[in-house]
Write a protein that binds this ligand. Structure first.
Ligand code: PA5
Length: 468
């Protein structure tokens, strides 16, 4: 299967202030950053000999897709992926709703995969139309009384489940096992689940995904959960989409996680071997760094499909938590086009010259193109577009927007997916994770860890009368 495409022509438009010569001049530094990521980081991580300024060094996400696939092919039945798929099948066969509890990196990846790969109204479909896959809901991703109550109500509000259609299960995801949002949600939803299962064994309907040695792991053991999945050592939360954190919810939905991992592995291979100038990861980083040097401190990810909205939000977290350090690092903003053109295009076109716009678009849609159609009374004046389709109108909107931005000297980059499928999403997410790490190394920022998040947590605990 082909690779997703990167088009940088909008970066060098007159007025952007970015020259091809600067792009080429930066390439040796990019190759050096790649070497640091692939060789230096990897060997320091493996030996445990990590210099203080590089701690934490969560470099294990890099070859995670390759490792999971390798083990799956070598030891089919006993591999982690096979185990995960078996758990997903058990849930599919026995429950009609699954609630995924988790926040940040333990939420955004699964959300992005569901948005990208499922029918847009998946949860509203009948069980038959869902291919007997459960509906999926996310909670524990906020402290929101009314949202949590709303979901508890939907789940039966304490009623005992009598059939598959009533039955629900919990996937609780926390690498540390101690995140307060997830932990309090788990306590509350566990009580509701207890009422729902009645005399049946409670632990059957709980799948914890967690790191070793945390409270969630202990709790899972106390509850007698037989299916606890690991968050691998050395994989940070926002880099964990291709671990059980993202893959289990995706597999429950019937998403082809093997194809997705193959896409991610293909991007790894490309990253390792393609020269700068023809390397999606290195070239994207080059564009981002040059644009930022020229004052584009805002990174707008404009996705041209609602299916990619979750990817935009996932990238918001990836970039913000990875590079928003040392008072530098670009600020991410994601938008859905054409929806948000009606709220943001004005500013992109004529506002401050502080933005790099990355368009992400698919060449083909998943379903048959909708035609505008001819009306006998042409009161809305659309008959000239009667034979045009939604994809054609969208293409015109994207080209028109890019043309306008170029004319105004605003830098743009296009990432083009042949379609929004598992393989392409696997490539895209791995490309963005690799790019973030390479950019961190270029800028001298440790892309791993999020020390700044601790301050609010300390304060919150103090205000709740708990020790730090
Ligand atoms: O990227 C990260 O590491 C964070 O966003 C975490 O994923 C988030 O804080 C949730 O942490 P945990 O999985 O430990 O509950």
């Amino acid at each position: 299967m082909g690779l997703i495409e990167l088009d940088l022509s909008g970066l060098f438009a007159p007025g952007t202030g970015i020259a091809r010569e600067s792009f080429e001049a930066s390439q040796p530094r990019l190759v050096e950053a790649r070497r640091e990521v692939i060789e230096v980081d990897a060997s320091q991580y493996a030996s445990g000999d990590v210099p203080p300024e590089k701690r934490p060094l969560d470099a294990a996400f890099l070859d995670l897709p390759d490792r999971l696939l390798g083990a799956y092919r070598a030891e089919r039945e006993t591999s982690e992926l096979a185990r995960l798929l078996k758990i997903a099948r058990r849930l599919q066969e026995n429950v009609d709703r699954v609630v995924v509890l988790g926040i940040g990196g333990s939420y955004m990846g699964a959300r992005a995969l569901m948005d990208a790969c499922c029918q847009p109204y998946f949860n509203e479909l009948s069980r038959g139309d869902r291919g007997s896959k459960p509906r999926l809901y996310f909670e524990g991703n906020n402290i929101d009384n009314d949202a949590a109550r709303g979901l508890l109500h939907l789940l039966g509000g304490g009623r005992k489940a009598r059939s598959v259609e009533d039955r629900w299960a919990l996937i609780v995801i926390s690498k540390s096992g101690g995140t307060i949002e997830t932990a309090v949600a788990f306590r509350v939803f566990l009580n509701a689940l207890r009422e729902s299962v009645g005399e049946e064994p409670l632990a059957e309907w709980i799948v914890p995904v967690t790191g070793a040695g945390g409270r969630l792991e202990r709790l899972a053991r106390d509850l007698g959960c037989r299916d606890t999945l690991p968050v691998p050592e050395g994989v940070g939360g926002r880099f964990s989409v291709f671990s059980s954190v993202g893959l289990l919810p995706a597999a429950v939905l019937g998403i082809n996680v093997v194809a997705m991992l193959e896409g991610a592995a293909a991007m790894n291979e490309h990253f390792r071997t393609a020269p700068p100038g023809a390397n999606r990861v290195l070239d994207y980083v080059n564009a981002c760094v040059l644009a930022e040097r020229g004052g584009a401190t805002l990174r707008v990810m404009s996705v041209w499909s609602k299916a990619l909205e979750g990817v935009g939000l996932w990238y918001d977290q990836l970039l913000a938590e990875s590079l928003g350090k040392l008072e530098i690092g670009a600020t991410p903003i994601s938008t859905v086009s054409t929806r948000d053109l009606h709220s943001r295009a004005q500013q992109h076109q004529e506002g401050r010259r502080d933005k790099l716009i990355t368009n992400i678009a698919a060449d083909a849609c998943r379903t048959d193109p909708i035609r505008v159609g001819r009306a006998s009374q042409d009161a809305d004046g659309l008959n000239d577009l009667a034979d045009r389709t939604f994809p054609e109108i969208l293409r015109a909107a994207m080209e028109g927007t890019n043309e306008a931005l170029r004319a105004a000297g605003r830098p743009t980059v296009d990432i083009r997916l042949p379609s929004i499928g598992e393989h392409e999403i696997g490539q895209l997410l791995q490309m963005l994770m690799l790019a973030t790490v390479v950019e961190g190394r270029m800028l001298g920022i440790n892309p791993y860890g999020q020390p700044g998040v601790e301050a609010y947590k300390r304060n919150m605990n103090r205000l709740l009368g708990r020790g730090a």
